[in-house]
Design a protein around this ligand. Structure first.
Ligand SMILES: C[S@@+](CC[C@H](N)C(=O)[O-])C[C@H]1O[C@@H](n2cnc3c(N)ncnc32)[C@H](O)[C@@H]1O
Length: 481
């Protein structure tokens, strides 16, 4: 594990803000769709299911009428809602997940979490978002333990979970203990890779991403080490907390915040070709006629906005897993943040629909490589490289020549243009002319890159899955050329 302080604070570059995409809840097409009685066995709920009740504080539950479901604190339900999902153990590989305990209708709200119980990043934080959230989580854990100890000492009902609730509660007023206790004891992502595992990745671009991320989090740790020590925490606590957030957050583009939503964070990703059975979204609370009402009566306390998990348009049968989509990312993003690589089902070596292969880190690398490959006459001069880049800029002004890729749908337009510029100047004698040379350059580069993904000696099955997915994409691209 490299933990050298990085002077540039180079944080997880291309994938730094990639987390599960926040989608809109699926809309119900009908109300309740009658279903045949389902015979599917329901996996036993884990004790961690109690986190769902805690998370849905103040929600009257899926059966409540609109007025009951309103978040009016004078009518707040006294008991936890009757939820129709539970946390279940899905076995090796997936860990825990959410399971339907009854048939769920299309569009049915399954969990509804007030934003006061959502652990959110601070867009103004000086530290990298996940490091800042990690520090705050460890503070919250410390407070919660102290609260529990005080409650046990007094023998009173001040146990974890009974702290302040409600719309006005700030992060420090909420006892996050019930959620923290339900978090996984260990999350493994490439932040934990040792030098040999980084080597096993084989791909230089991915190795650079991993080392950059390790350096960034290592530097953040050094910045907060003193405060962590006061909380009785060290590197392993900090690493755990950072990996919790890398693997469990949603990203809200409008606010630029990362959101970790208790309960909903138990939902696993549906790997293609399976469709997710549920969607997520923020339900904003709005008040009509607030000013007018306030003149004649004390207005009700404002309702907090809520984060909802909603059944998809097909509904979900009892005993089935409730899954969401973490987004259509290439496998680098899944591996770096979530610590797993979704492979299409059926065991066949197929690339996922969002898989992509970086052929060059930037335009300068691509131009130098292409000139050398096209001319077969040693390294290209700086001026020749500059000439290619100038021609690309003239044809595509302002194009950012970073991370030039190929996908199952074809070659990145920026890269294609660059290769066409090189081939146009060097393809007179080539088989198929300039067009033939341009295609041959893509083929040659994909073949070169494919050698980074030989299965070789991967001791880690996630690394093996990463390489397998990339190899499958290389094969698909080569078959199309
Ligand atoms: C948001 S959490 C989901 C709940 C998690 N399974 C648990 O036990 O707490 C995301 C983590 O679940 C696991 N996961 C989610 N979807 C998966 C999938 N399709 N295949 C394998 N692991 C998955 C990965 O470890 C990922 O980092």
């Amino acid at each position: 594990m490299q933990r050298t302080a990085s002077s540039s604070w180079r944080c997880p570059g291309r994938y730094g803000s990639l987390v599960h995409r926040l989608s809109r809840p699926h809309r119900a097409r009908t109300s309740l769709v009658p279903r045949a009685a389902a015979a599917a066995p329901v996996a036993p709920s884990l004790p961690t299911s109690t986190v769902l009740d805690w998370a849905c504080s103040g929600w009257a539950g899926p059966d409540a009428s609109a007025s009951e479901a309103s978040w009016d604190r004078r009518r707040r339900p006294a008991s936890p809602p009757q939820l129709r999902v539970a946390v279940a153990d899905l076995g090796p590989g997936r860990g825990r997940g959410l399971m339907a305990t009854e048939d769920l209708a299309p569009g049915e709200t399954l969990l509804s979490v007030p934003l006061t119980r959502v652990f959110a990043s601070d867009p103004d934080a000086e530290l990298h978002w996940s490091a800042d959230m990690a520090l705050r989580l460890l503070r919250a854990r410390h407070r919660s333990r102290a609260l529990a100890a005080a409650g046990a000492g007094a023998g009173a009902g001040a146990a974890a979970g009974s702290a302040v609730q409600g719309a006005e509660a700030g992060e420090e007023e909420v006892d996050w203990g019930p959620w923290i206790q339900a978090l996984p004891a260990h999350v493994r992502t490439p932040l934990e890779y040792d030098d040999d595992e980084v080597r096993q990745l084989g791909c230089p671009y991915m190795q650079e991403e991993v080392v950059g991320m390790q350096e960034c989090i290592g530097a953040c740790f050094e910045a907060v080490e003193g405060e962590l020590a006061e909380l009785g925490c060290g590197w392993s606590d900090f690493l755990w907390a950072v990996q919790v957030f890398h693997s469990r957050c949603f990203f809200e583009p409008t606010s630029g915040r990362h959101l970790c939503v208790p309960g909903v964070d138990m939902a696993n990703h549906a790997p293609a070709p399976a469709a997710p059975s549920a969607g997520v979204g923020v339900v904003r609370a709005l008040s009509q006629g607030w000013d007018a009402v306030a003149e004649v009566a004390e207005p009700p306390p404002p309702e907090p906005s809520r984060f909802a998990l909603v059944a998809g348009e097909a509904g979900i049968r009892r005993g089935e897993e409730v899954t969401i989509s973490y987004g259509g990312w290439p496998s680098e993003a899944f591996l770096l943040l979530f610590g797993f690589v979704p492979l299409p089902g059926g065991g066949a070596a197929l690339p996922g629909p969002s898989e992509a292969l970086t052929l060059f880190g930037d335009g300068r690398e691509a131009a130098a490589w292409a000139l050398e490959a096209a001319r077969g006459a040693g390294a290209a001069s700086e001026s020749a490289v500059d000439g290619v880049l100038a021609a690309v800029e003239a044809a595509m002004p302002g194009a950012m020549l970073q991370n030039l890729m190929v996908t199952g749908d074809g070659v990145d337009g920026r890269l294609q243009l660059l290769l066409d510029v090189v081939a146009g100047a060097n393809g007179a004698g080539a088989e198929g002319g300039a067009q033939g040379l341009s295609r041959a350059l893509v083929r040659r580069r994909v073949e070169e890159r494919m050698r980074h993904f030989v299965s070789g000696d991967s001791t880690d099955e996630t690394i093996a899955a990463f390489k397998s997915s990339k190899r499958a994409l290389c094969e698909k691209v080569l078959s199309m050329l």
